[in-house]
Write a protein that binds this ligand. Structure first.
Ligand code: AMP
Ligand code: MG
Length: 368
């Protein structure tokens, strides 16, 4: 119950701040439920003239917040359906659940193809598409490197170069074999390891949006640990305000606001999971060519897109590509925009975001 109270406090905070992209807070699950889950918080919003019903859970190793805007309170059943949907995907995709389909694929590496549900097959297909598009900066076979670094775990350490070389030799998305007839996935070398952490939340957010629309709701905000997906427009308002997290602040304050409707905003940055050794920050975004956390001019990047799986894959890909190549990639894609936060505190936005981004922290500088 302590957990619920904490979630309640967080909710109040969140509502006073608006929606924040790139925020991530860790909690442990309560004992009573398979995952921590809040009750509904209901409020009448003067600006939107709607009733906002919000529930939170702790799933996918992050805080999930769903807010539905409607004439009246949204029933518990819609939230049950949403959190069950997430739990189903977590059981399918998590590399930490030993009998998930992804774990079965990993255990069968070099040995045998594994037949998987259509959803997962499509997600892996999309992962490979983004790997191609980013020329390998994004690679869903990154698992051996993620395991070796252990970033975000108590075992995190800078690996020996021999270990790095070995892990690097197992990372190559070209060695993921998909059979489109039988819907099987085969990692064609022993010790290969799939990791869908850079793309799964976006995919799941899109599925939640489809479910919310299917149930007849037209306006909502889905927030999966800072990955924000809007359903429709903000009622009676010009836009939703999405806070962009200051990557240099430990308390998760916003450096600016994006004003958007019916969009996805996904951020990747050096603040999410990291450890420090001898003054160097080793974060969780790994360059598949070097095997090291990518050190470039970037602190964080946000991608605005219609579909969240695109934004999620691109946020990771563009971070690893860096400003120049990342900007080029984003500009080559229709309906995708990006915001780059550099370590010199310059912020660069692609043309489509110029009129939509409002800087609130003047220690940063907006450059074009
Ligand atoms: P995100 O927060 O969406 O940028 O995803 C980061 C997560 O994706 C990491 O914690 C790893 O599990 C995984 N990852 C790290 N580097 C890469 C990469 N270059 N390509 C694909 N996935 C990666
Ligand atoms: Mg991502």
């Amino acid at each position: 119950m302590k957990e619920m109270k904490r979630i309640g406090i967080f909710l109040v905070l969140l509502m006073s701040l608006g929606v924040l992209s790139g925020c991530q807070t860790k909690e442990t699950s309560s004992e009573e439920l398979p995952y921590a889950r809040s009750e509904s918080s209901v409020r009448k919003d003067k600006t939107t003239d709607r009733t906002i019903t919000t529930q939170e859970s702790y799933q996918l190793a992050t805080r999930i917040t769903i807010s539905i805007y409607d004439e009246k309170e949204a029933p518990n059943s819609i939230f049950d359906a949403i959190f069950d949907l997430i739990a189903g995907y977590e059981d399918m995709i998590s590399r930490n659940i030993t009998d998930s389909y992804v774990s079965r694929i990993n255990q069968a590496a070099g040995d045998a193809p594994v037949s998987v549900p259509d959803d997962l097959f499509n997600l892996i297909h999309q992962g490979i598409t983004y790997a191609d598009l980013s020329q390998g900066a994004f690679d869903i076979s990154i698992g051996p490197l993620v395991n070796l670094w252990g970033i975000g775990t108590y075992e995190a350490k800078v690996p020996e170069s021999s270990e790095l070389e070995k892990a690097l030799s197992k990372v190559d998305y070209h060695k993921i074999e998909l059979d489109y007839d039988t819907k099987t996935v085969f990692l064609n070398e022993k010790d290969m390891f799939l990791d869908l952490g850079a793309i799964a939340k976006g995919y799941i957010a899109d599925e939640i949006k489809a479910l919310i629309l299917e149930k007849g709701y037209t306006n909502a905000i889905i927030n999966l640990g800072g990955n924000v997906l809007m359903v429709g427009n903000k009622p009676n308002s010009d836009y939703w305000s999405v806070g962009i997290r200051d990557p240099l602040s430990d308390s998760g304050t916003s450096l600016g606001i994006l004003e958007l409707n019916d969009n996805s905003v996904v951020s990747s940055g050096v603040y999410e999971r990291f450890f420090e050794e001898n003054g160097v920050r080793y974060h969780h975004l790994i360059n598949p060519n070097t095997g090291y956390p990518e050190q470039n001019d970037l602190l964080a990047i946000s991608i605005v897109s219609d579909v969240s799986v695109d934004g999620d894959a691109l946020s990771t890909a563009v971070f690893v590509l860096g400003v120049e190549k990342g900007y080029e990639l984003v500009e080559s894609l229709e309906g995708v925009e990006a915001l780059f936060i550099q370590s010199d505190k310059d912020i660069i936005v692609t043309p489509g975001l110029k009129s939509k981004f409002r800087l609130i922290d003047d220690t940063y500088k907006l450059v074009y």
